[in-house]
Design a protein around this ligand. Structure first.
Ligand code: 4NP
Length: 161
């Protein structure tokens, strides 16, 4: 079982959408038994909350089930998830600071777009202070990034359905 954690700031926009896209692609591939996926935020701003209503709208449009309540990254996440992917540099820096504080200094943290050729190092932009169109933009970015990430996992771990 490969465990994957998507991380953004609030855990109500980007990372729950990434989680939903990942779960949907895993289901289509018939590989549900091989992955566990969750999402979390580096901040405590939206703990216990449902995803942002614009995230919900976007997920409905693409028929992605959303099943998440906001939570903050914690110490055990660094132990429990093989792959931790941050949405942007700010989240990456926070995670890299947290991992040292929590005694997991050796753990590699990835950026969400690191698996897309030509997009390494790029952010998934924060859509919170914009309109619905920003969610369309992050959906397109995440759909491709999750696709490439999943393909990489399947190749690296020699997985098959
Ligand atoms: P997310 O978006 O990190 O993609 O969930 C945000 C959600 C909330 C805030 C910022 C970004 N906020 O400042 O409350």
């Amino acid at each position: 079982m490969i465990r994957v954690l998507f991380v953004c700031l609030g855990n109500i926009c980007r990372s729950p959408l990434a989680e939903a896209i990942f779960n949907s692609k895993v289901k289509v591939a018939g590989m549900e038994a091989q992955f566990k996926c969750d999402s979390a935020g580096t901040s405590d701003f939206h703990i216990g909350e449902l995803p942002d209503e614009r995230t919900v709208k976007c997920a409905e449009k693409y028929k992605l089930p959303l099943n998440h309540r906001g939570r903050q990254v914690n110490r055990t996440d660094f132990r429990d998830f093989e792959y931790i992917l941050a949405m942007d540099d700010h989240n990456l820096r926070n995670l890299n600071n947290m991992k040292v504080r929590y005694g997991f200094g050796e753990k590699e943290i990835y950026l969400m777009r690191d698996f897309v050729t030509g997009s390494q190092g790029m952010s998934v932009p924060d859509p919170y202070y914009g309109g619905q169109e920003g969610f369309e933009e992050i959906y397109t970015i995440l759909d491709e990034a999750v696709d490439r990430f999943l393909a990489q996992l399947i190749a690296t771990h020699h997985l098959y359905a």
